[in-house]
Design a protein around this ligand. Sequence first.
Ligand SMILES: *[C@@H]1O[C@H](CO)[C@@H](O)[C@H](O)[C@H]1NC(C)=O
Ligand SMILES: *[C@@H]1O[C@H](CO)[C@@H](O)[C@H](O)[C@H]1NC(C)=O
Ligand SMILES: *[C@@H]1O[C@H](CO)[C@@H](O)[C@H](O)[C@H]1NC(C)=O
Ligand SMILES: *[C@@H]1O[C@H](CO)[C@@H](O)[C@H](O)[C@H]1NC(C)=O
Ligand SMILES: *[C@@H]1O[C@H](CO)[C@@H](O)[C@H](O)[C@H]1NC(C)=O
Length: 448
Amino acid sequence: MFHNKLLSLLALCAWRASASVTVRKTDKGPTGYEVDFKYVNATASRVLIGGGLQAFTDQYHTTLESRAWYDPRDYQPGDFYVSFGSPEDGYEWPYEMTNDDGDDGVWTYTTPLPSGIYSYAYLVDCDSASACGIETGQLVIDPDVPPFINVQGDQVASSFQVPYDARFQGTDDISADFDYALPAPHRYRGTVRFVNYTSPGSIHPAPDVHHFGLYLPAEYGKIEGKTYPLLYLSHGASGNGNDWENLGRMSHIMDNLIAGGHVEPTVVVMPSFYNLDSSLPRFIYGNKSNVAPLPTSDHIRENYQRYLFPWVEANVENVCAQPSCRAFAGLSWGGRLTYEMYVNATGYFDYYGMFSPATDRPTLDNETLAANPALADKGLFVAYGLYDFVFENGRELQAALSALDIPFVSRVTPFGGHYWNTWQDELWWFGVKALWKPKPFTERTGRS
Ligand SMILES: *[C@@H]1O[C@H](CO)[C@@H](O)[C@H](O)[C@H]1NC(C)=O
Ligand SMILES: *[C@@H]1O[C@H](CO)[C@@H](O)[C@H](O)[C@H]1NC(C)=O
Ligand SMILES: *[C@@H]1O[C@H](CO)[C@@H](O)[C@H](O)[C@H]1NC(C)=O
Ligand SMILES: *[C@@H]1O[C@H](CO)[C@@H](O)[C@H](O)[C@H]1NC(C)=O
Ligand SMILES: *[C@@H]1O[C@H](CO)[C@@H](O)[C@H](O)[C@H]1NC(C)=O
């Protein structure tokens, strides 16, 4: 009995040490970098890598409806990834591991990749990367690259970042340089962790306890009496408050924004809008049959106003308490929530970042504005991708603001689908061009 336990413990240790992802600089094409994946499983008969990896496409073969399906080994400068569509029949998912030795159970895969963040998980005994997930029991998270989580099950993919090499990547019209999401110099590195807060009615991670991600800039707590501006940063549909760090490396982006002098040191709270109460079925991360129905924006707003905002005010120290140093931003459904905050929590925030917002056609009109004139005096940023399925939503929102002469800063991400590379780009440019910039915004805002 004891012997068996010891053996399985040893087996577990051996196995734990044997998965890995290595990013290697090669100084040769097609991208200047290669990534080696290794995963040990002696019973598996086929292993795909999925969980967020995408095929590549280029601007000449991408529209809102279609994309190309390039293997990263065929990468050409200016290629990028988007995340929609289904390939034609007979398409072979490029990320398939091989087990050359047959019975040793060591699965490997090597590929060039260009600059950017990649999330992934191993799909064991799976024939189609889009069909396998936690609900089919075929998804294995890399044990040696654990995701950023609060409790087990809060994320279902790990991630890594590949640096930029200008000799092989990008073109004059498409910058593919995501190095702003690589670690900043040591003295600028902030911390990011999870915080549980009291939220009556919450059903996750414990009854009446809900949670948010908290980023604190490097200098936080080191300068007597200094207070910091506060950004709330929301995830989107089927996500949670771990996403921005785990899938988007927000801490590195904030560190680099601060290191570059683009934003002053800022505290960031990343809330989670599912499982706030039991009015909807329990949301289980990564379970595709569990995504709908989504909580409505006013439901989320009311809950945050009642529990989250007061809790943060009372418990996160050295954070500014005025609207002028408070911002709300979010991606997709979180962009819709940001619009809700703009319209219905206008007095609480002065800056709003709507990233790929999944908004309805805005009902903003002269009457709304007359009743709430502060709407015209906010620091607004509205961004979306050129290949983003909410392209029209973002456009309509901008048109509605323009019709009322409400100023805003815009960003249309030139490689942008509805995915993390786009949202990283949107967070970066929000920081560079809009966040905490003097109001009212004008055509000189963000030009230094
Ligand atoms: C190995 O693969 C089997 C399927 O053949 C799967 O059930 C199991 O979870 C995998 N084990 C590990 C340690 O990843
Ligand atoms: C996924 O969600 C469905 C629908 O809510 C549920 O029936 C099922 O048990 C869930 N599966 C897992 C693995 O969580
Ligand atoms: C939050 O609460 C959950 C459930 O009790 C617990 O598992 C988790 O470790 C807590 N997280 C933190 C950061 O305290
Ligand atoms: C704002 O609040 C009003 C009144 O509760 C509600 O009808 C509306 O849907 C909310 N959101 C927006 C974006 O107008
Ligand atoms: C708002 O009112 C102005 C002046 O009455 C009018 O010119 C404009 O078309 C109106 N705009 C909208 C969006 O209703």
